[in-house]
Design a protein around this ligand. Structure first.
Ligand code: NAI
Length: 338
């Protein structure tokens, strides 16, 4: 079997080559992202392997179908970039990797938080220049602070455990609260008004798009710290910038950004960034941006490759896969069984 692998990076290849070889699947690596202009690269391939910033709109899926592509194997958990209705229409199967390391993402969220509030990013640069002054370095204790977690799935729950280890009080909001748990669920409005720190761990849907916007920022405590390791469009970036400028938002830790597709994963160090909001956010001393790297641990990369290969094998050999995404009667179903 041959798969066109889009948005390939050097760190993807060892694990995908290893697990692919075990099942006779050859990945053809392309550095370019999948979109209407590049879809033809999947010519003569059984499927495509795509990532978070590849475009799988109805027209791209239509093109892939005309090339004979039968499977879209997402090597990520989120699938907001895939038109599942179009995939269903064209008879293309879609599989994803629902979980590969919740620890990777939750630990990154905490790393961003600690870096931000203890000014580690500033200290690192200062001491390299032999500047040992502590002025402007005052942080605050996490112990005793209230963290509001939006989305208490796999990653959200690991993040809650980490926060509890720091002696923080946890409140949470989830559209589908977990049963039999000691998590204190509150309404979204209450979470916004009580939390010192807000961390987003819900998926991007029509309902959650711009969950953090100019109105909801007004409900928050002055100086709130906002962490987003989920999907960029959960936050209206323009409103976040205004919130930071007005000091309503004390700090922002962003691993994702609404318009990240054109920038993240690439080196723009010699260029002038055309996105003024991103440039302004990055210029702020209390904003930390990482380039969608929360998933990037050795453990996660191995799990992603192994699960992706197994997803493909299950569809091709057994015509059923627990990680299949199916659009049916306006709903997204998870997993096919035979
Ligand atoms: P999950 O599916 O285990 O948990 C998501 C939780 O969000 C569920 O409890 C669900 O009930 C809840 N939810 C659904 N709709 C909601 C709504 N409208 N409001 C509030 N909560 C809602 O997903 P998991 O594995 O914890 O991942 C969470 C998100 O993290 C993914 O959707 C993905 O976007 C992001 N992610 C980011 C990565 C990165 O590298 N930055 C890597 C992996 C995932």
């Amino acid at each position: 079997m041959k798969f066109a692998f889009f948005d390939a990076k050097a760190y993807d290849k060892p694990s995908f080559d290893k697990y692919g070889a075990e099942e006779d699947i050859r990945f053809k690596y392309y550095e370019t992202k999948l979109n209407e202009d590049t879809a033809d690269l999947a010519y003569a391939c059984d499927g495509v392997c795509a990532f978070v910033n590849d475009t799988l709109s109805a027209s791209v899926i239509g093109k892939l179908a005309s090339l004979g592509v039968g499977i879209i194997a997402l090597r990520c958990a989120g699938y907001n970039n895939v038109d599942l209705r179009a995939a269903e229409t064209y008879g293309i199967r879609v599989v994803h990797v629902p979980a590969y390391s919740p620890y990777a993402v939750a630990e990154h969220a905490m790393a961003l938080l600690l870096t931000s509030i203890r000014r580690i990013h500033k200290a690192y640069i200062r001491t390299r220049d032999f500047n040992f002054s502590l002025s402007g370095m005052t942080g605050f204790d996490l112990h005793g602070k209230t963290v509001g977690v939006v989305g208490t799935g796999r990653i959200g729950r690991v993040f809650i455990d980490i926060c509890r280890g720091f002696g923080m009080k946890v409140i949470a909001y989830d559209k589908f609260p977990a049963q039999n748990t000691d998590i204190e669920y509150v309404s979204l409005e209450e979470l916004f008004s009580r939390a010192d720190i807000i961390s987003l761990h819900c998926p991007l849907t029509d309902e959650t798009r711009h969950l953090i916007n100019c109105d909801t920022i007004k409900l928050m405590k002055k100086g709130v710290v906002i962490i987003n390791t989920s999907r960029g469009a959960l936050i209206d970036a323009e409103c976040l910038l205004e919130g930071i400028k007005s000091r309503q938002v004390g700090a922002a830790c962003l691993d994702v950004y609404e318009e990240e597709t054109d920038f993240f994963f690439e080196d723009f160090s010699g260029h002038i960034i055309s996105d003024d909001i991103l440039a302004r956010l990055i210029s702020m001393p209390n904003v930390i941006v990482t380039s969608h790297q929360a998933f990037l641990t050795e453990e996660a990369l191995n799990n992603i490759a192994e699960t992706t290969v197994q997803n493909i094998v299950q569809i091709m050999r057994y015509d059923a896969c627990p990680n299949e995404l199916i659009f049916s009667d306006g709903e997204i179903l998870h997993g096919t069984q035979k």
